[in-house]
Design a protein around this ligand. Sequence first.
Ligand SMILES: Nc1ncnc2c1ncn2[C@@H]1O[C@H](COP(=O)(O)OP(=O)(O)OP(=O)(O)O)[C@@H](O)[C@H]1O
Ligand SMILES: [Mg+2]
Length: 375
Amino acid sequence: MATVTLADIRKSYGALEVVKGVDLTIADREFIVLVGPSGCGKTTLLRMIAGLETITSGELSIDGRRVNEVEPDARGLAMVFQSYALYPHMSVADNMGFALRMAGVGKAERARKVGDAARILQLEPYLERKPGQLSGGQRQRVAIGRAIVRSPKVFLFDEPLSNLDAALRMQMRIELARLHRELDATMIYVTHDQVEAMTLADRIVVVNGGRIEQVGAPMEIYASPATAFVAGFIGAPKMNLLAGRLLRLAGGAAVLLEDGTTIPLPLAPPLAEGEAVTLGVRPEAVSVSAAGPLPGRVTVVEHLGGETLTHVEIAGNRLVTVKTAETAPAGVGEAVRLAFDPARLHLFGPDGRAVPLHSPAASGAAIPLRTRKHD
Ligand SMILES: Nc1ncnc2c1ncn2[C@@H]1O[C@H](COP(=O)(O)OP(=O)(O)OP(=O)(O)O)[C@@H](O)[C@H]1O
Ligand SMILES: [Mg+2]
């Protein structure tokens, strides 16, 4: 059992505040993924939870007990870092059991715990090897093994897979999902990787400039980003975001883009005529169509195998990305017109916050079907 609660957590280095009041309740056995741009405070948050960094103000609780002043060792958590820093002269088994030996755990008990972790991580064949005789993925598993043997209630991961190549990352991602099921521990995981965030998380926490922008299930954040920042951050390729002004029309509303194109909205939002807005549309909700309202010219076509990204330049040197299956809808240099699926438009007000454009029933239908994570 381990719930983790952050209440108005702040961190300052001198006069510089880098974590600016974070409130978050993490449920027992939840897999929480923190994402956000470099420097937004993810590692600082994790280190404060771990006890490696003092908390300037606010309260951190584990299972309802304040732990701000509790030593790292006594918090019942274990942290896995990006650089796994194994002891090169020690075997895999000794690396994994080192913390237990330091804690005075007996040899038999140590061997049992290391054996259990090795089984879970499929490291049994390598226990007598030195780290230098392992692949990157195997080393990363040893680093995770070091955390597992301590039977923590909470695992903290700081970009544990970013040193691995794409294939290994995918393999380790699947193993982490399995590990989470098998260990039934609470996991707090920091990553830059969209796919890791989308596939591993029960809930994603999007952090920006030391604050939480949005917390939600992966598909909820993908389908209904609360801010233009989240819209642009979650999803690869990113959502197309186009600046414009709100036009109120008889019986509806539209966005007047900078090039003079008007894009009708499915619902009149509660904004005044002329307000600065941002129209958002994911690349899969844009199509090339002779009847489309937005003119442009194809500049680059990227064939990724199963999908193709067509980048279309519109007025003002802006690019709009269109995502299709294998074939591109037009060739490089071709003049095209773009149409947006009205059911999948997003609108952000002058403050960058999402303005509802769809009745709840309609927006439900607009959520793209994706298989959901590891269950
Ligand atoms: N010891 C320190 N003294 C002063 N500023 C610091 C210190 N440690 C971190 N910072 C600043 O705090 C901010 C948050 O850093 P943090 O390491 O938490 O970012 P991050 O989100 O983990 O970024 P990345 O994705 O690059 O790892 C940064 O602007 C960083 O420069
Ligand atoms: Mg970091």
